[in-house]
Design a protein around this ligand. Sequence first.
Ligand SMILES: Cc1cc2nc3c(=O)[nH]c(=O)nc-3n(C[C@H](O)[C@H](O)[C@H](O)COP(=O)(O)OP(=O)(O)OC[C@H]3O[C@@H](n4cnc5c(N)ncnc54)[C@H](O)[C@@H]3O)c2cc1C
Length: 125
Amino acid sequence: MTQDGEPLVGVAPEALQQGTTVAANIKRQLQGRAPLTFDYFDKGRAAIIARNAGVAYLFNKISVRGFLAWFLWLGIHLYYLPGLSNRWLVLVSWIRDYLTKYRALLHIFGLKNSNLSNKLKDKKI
Ligand SMILES: Cc1cc2nc3c(=O)[nH]c(=O)nc-3n(C[C@H](O)[C@H](O)[C@H](O)COP(=O)(O)OP(=O)(O)OC[C@H]3O[C@@H](n4cnc5c(N)ncnc54)[C@H](O)[C@@H]3O)c2cc1C
């Protein structure tokens, strides 16, 4: 999907706004009105890059980095989750992972002494 000749990047904020537009357009069409065109409002970008570290660029104006950007990322994601119970579940699992330093990705790097990595080393796979 493009806007003003530029491709949209395909992130969740776009999907959220597209969903709202689609719902509004279904409603409009049921009322016999013409659908609205989709107009994406870019609120910015945020990403976590490490424990307690993130980067964010808000409204194409404000750059934030470090702990504040990390915290902002968490807050934004919690805010946009549907339902209070989902938010609580995610928050509790984040707190658990933060305190225990659990990282699912370590399973990928944990191949070092596994059968799979030995087979890879011996080129049996
Ligand atoms: C690995 C990964 C990391 C990402 N990280 C980020 C990120 O950090 N930040 C960010 O903003 N975006 C991120 N994205 C992009 C973001 O996930 C997508 O832009 C967003 O989920 C798109 O939302 P959607 O509702 O259009 O589609 P989806 O979230 O894919 O939802 C579509 C739903 O429809 C269901 N479905 C499909 N076909 C049928 C069918 N025939 N019948 C019934 N149900 C069906 C699917 O099961 C799915 O639940 C990431 C994507 C990936 C893959």
